[in-house]
Write a protein of this length. Sequence first.
Length: 309
Amino acid sequence: MDSIKVFAPATVANVTCGFDILGFAVENPGDEIILKTCKKPGVVIREIKGDEGRLSHAVEENTATISILNYLTHVERDIGLEVYLHKKMPFGSGLGSSAASSVAGVFAINQLMGQLLTTEELLKFALEGERVASGTGHADNVAPSLMGGFVLIRSYDPLDVIKINTPENLHAVIIHPNIEVNTKDARNILKKNVPIKSAIRQWGNVGGLIAGLTMNDFGLISRSMEDAIFEPVRSMLIPGFDQVKASALEAGALGCGISGSGPSIFALSTADGTARKIGTVMKDQFAQIGIESEIFVSKINQKGPVILD
């Protein structure tokens, strides 16, 4: 094999109560990458599409190629490689854009090299891409993009990641308003200390959400999708958030919250038709305050990255 094309999915991180520890993959949008071997040693970025010229072509500064470089160093392979990256999701959207590129890169190179490492072993290399993008290696986007499905990060030191079983008919709707929220800004506004009462409430919701997912208990999922700590602060960065969330719940959503650090908002439902109805009313709410938006509807993506023809 001398070339490969891979798709890696976008993700929803935090999932209301699971700040920095929960995330799930969706079927769309996502990023695509093409790797081609060449005779001249070294990794070079030949083309980046869909980034409006915002991404660096320096391989040490790009999330996709830094994960590839670290992988090649680890497996002690010195090859020539041309990289073509197609960004197919908006920047600063809260959908794990940098994570999808990093996962696409490391998954593709592992396939090209004959799958020298397991999926679990690839995670630390994908995290390097996140570290380049945001300064920290958070796994709540990277892990679900790489592993697929709904993922719990139980610990970062040592890294302990668990894939959670989810109901077959669980659907997600994501709406991305045409505004941008900087991840660092969204993290900097958070309070450094949390009241014990709020923390206990949050822990109960995390446990309830995981139990609801594994038990196929939609009532428990719905009751547990509450963020008592971070959403009240971060939602101030998203115009119309309260109205959009209320409209989603009225339209039948099990729960609704901020995707990652925003501005995208997600909701969960039990059917595709309900999810599309929820997306429509959320879009209408943004339109009423003059904000254009884009809707994505899908089941939970259980596969993670895939090889494209």
